[in-house]
Ligand binder design. Sequence first.
Ligand code: ACO
Length: 383
Amino acid sequence: MTTPEYSPGLEGVIATETSVSYLDVDIEQILVRGYDLIELAQNLCYTDVAYLVIYGELPTPSQAKAFCDRLVAEAEVPDELYQLFEMMPKSTVAMDALRTGLSFLAGYENPELLHDNSHEANLEKGIKLLAQTPTLVVNSYRALNDMPIVRPNPDLPYMENFLYMVRGERPDAESLDAFDRIHICYIEHEMPNSTFAARVIASTLSDMYGAMVGAVASLKGPLHGGANEAAIEFLMDINGEGGPTHAEDYTMGKLERRERIMGFGHRVYMRKYDPRARFLMDYIPKLAERIPQGQDLSSIYSTVENVMYREKGLYPNTDYPIGLLYYLLGIPIPLYTPIFLASRTAGNVAHVLEQHDDNRLFRPRVIYSGGRGLKPPASPISP
Ligand code: ACO
């Protein structure tokens, strides 16, 4: 048998066929169900794009209304979820609480529906998860921080309710607009680690909830979704240690120590600009006026970007502007990656649907570097 070519980290390997999305790197375009993601973000709202991602085509006005109404109607979670979050050790990080919450939620699913991987059953579960995830995201964080639970407000549309729960008060129009567009930018992105994790899990014919729980664990890592929190922490560190005039030296010091600057580089874009980062950076100047440190953080942002391009030829990925934008929107930092997960739920639902609709188990091989021919002793070693 010939050994197939080995690609560490599966770099460049085609893992599956999909009609959900594609990174057309040569023309710096993210294709989502045939549309340019940035044009979707410029023109539509998150729930329209979520419908497109999940159903494969844009909704008619009446379908859009029914979809939005359903997301609002299904946003509440069983009371036991809130109790669970309150019982968790306060040292639990928000992404782990979210992961536990999603896993716990599976126990409240109708057992027949839980294990039914038909398209209709998966749609049912997927839309429910899309509706409920913001409630879990916000309240897992709030309970861990001894803040009162905020139940979803059925009088508010999906995205407004999400930002209302995050902030504890109804958002202004400018914040809501930015939050919605960021959510669209995060909605779907071909085959990142978390989507792959969800598909790998689904490919065993495990259920939608299990696939989502796996996606949370994957997204948490700082090389993936966790980079949005790490990116703002980095900008704040610079601001706390001398401000904009110190940004160049601080960044150079990190690079000289061969440390990574989170929010830069990308496995697929490599030396190309992430279209989402380019689109979203235009929101920074306006939102920077909202908080006292906004201008300094914005100036540090630009200096670091210039140094990274000059020294490494690397561009920002979308986590770099989003880390700053969420901060300017007054969102608590530990919520950045959980909110990313909520945005990506629509994409992951679409991928699990697609995986189950035409499943083939993921089961790769290895290059073995262990020993051979060793013989065990004739009797057990343990007492
Ligand atoms: N800071 C400094 N150097 C970097 C960075 C970075 N952020 N990213 C890549 N490099 C350098 C590496 O040191 C390496 O240089 P070398 O060849 O001189 O050693 C070269 O660029 C290639 O890096 P790899 O790690 O081999 O590239 P890979 O494709 O495996 O990495 C990754 C992609 C993990 C995203 C990487 O760019 C990184 O660590 N970025 C920071 C984390 C981050 O922002 N993640 C978010 C990704 S987007 C998302 O998930 C939404």
